[in-house]
Design a protein around this ligand. Sequence first.
Ligand code: CMC
Length: 439
Amino acid sequence: MSEKAGTVTSDASRAATMIINNKQIQMPVRSGSIGPDVIDVARLYRDTGCFTYDPGFTSTANCSSKITFIDGEEGVLLYRGYPIEQLADQSNFIEVCYLLLNGELPNKAQLKDFDNTITRHTMVHEQMTRFFTGFRRDAHPMAVMCGVVGALSAFYHDSTDINDPTHRMIASHRLIAKMPTIAAMAYKYSIGQPFIYPRNDLDMASNFLQMCFAVPCEPYVVNPTVAKALDKIMILHADHEQNASTSTVRLAGSSGANPFACIAAGIASLWGPSHGGANEAALKMLEEVGSVDHVADFVKRVKDKSEGVRLMGFGHRVYKNYDPRAKVMQETCHEVLDLLGIKNEPMLKVAMELERIALQDDYFVEKKLYPNVDFYSGIVLKAIGFPVSMFTPLFAVSRTVGWISQWKEMIEDPEQKIGRPRQLYIGPAQRDMTPIEKR
Ligand code: CMC
């Protein structure tokens, strides 16, 4: 690692050398503050006429970032340098939002001010309520969220100038504040209940619970321990560096698109079962397995690749060790079930048995497949009362701060360019068109 973190090393002995088409070129090596060095290939095409080829970006850093660090081998996750375990234990979601967005933990006055700002942005334009009625009642809440969040840019024109730092900050606050309201409205619409307005006396997690579960005909009392657990879940999901949805937000934003449109793109990407949709898929899988007696058979099916069955909530592109979020989630799961007096939850038993078998099975050990954040989250969310279809929307609610922080960082990065990957073309070479009567 270089002495001066985050700069291109001037030490030529550390430059990467490549020989291609009998031409030798040198590429600078850059070091971050921690983590692997990167080889700067930006001039490769100009110097050699070649591209790099890396489907799925398994070896490609697309940007430099100061927000989140993951050491997948060791199972470490840091937000702005702070370990996820410390934040989950000692902080709260609103403070984590401030940290991710602004770079440092707030003092008391800054936190109060930020909390007040977010709280006062939680309502959505009243006209937006009519948007919801355009969807079928049985629409998945993620489908509704993709549409409604995209539509925010049609309502808040006064914060879509990406070149104005004040607009950028207001749009960020609006997105963090309104996303829980929109997700709760999508839920209420799907079950045919009236929308519940946000309440300014509640913290974010409590407010989300009341917007989802209150009804106008009787008072709703938030269970503080459930709210605390939900707050922790939101912290765990708040950011995860350059994952698929975050990269989507950055790529969409690199063209200069407004932040509401970019976050809608992120929501679409998150929905997939390999990403944010895995919590829903994991719970469905646990339900399908049904009982501890069927676990061994299910593991057999997973290992037999011809069946195309994956152990959902297991494995990760970056973590080749226990996902640190999964550890906190497992503890939270036990806490919530105890608190709610749920004993002998069959799905928890199935999950624990699956984990026990998988962690000692050669297939999973050799491939370094460990539980990820989604393995236990569905059990907690179900115990709290959320239907399966709300799991991924809740992920989106929590991840919005990460997306918008990464988007803001990208816009403010002087090295930022429109994202434009290249390709290895394998289609037909140039050929002449045959007139239709001769085909
Ligand atoms: N069950 C069974 N086998 C698996 C699994 C799994 N969950 N995950 C990976 N493998 C196998 C895979 O078949 C492959 O085997 P081989 O080398 O023999 O071809 C090997 O492990 C590597 O898998 P990969 O798909 O090349 O790895 P990847 O880095 O592209 O995929 C992943 C990462 C998360 C998409 C994958 O592990 C997966 O599909 N997991 C289940 C879905 C899931 O839980 N996703 C949530 C991720 S955490 C939340 C988030 O960030 O959104």
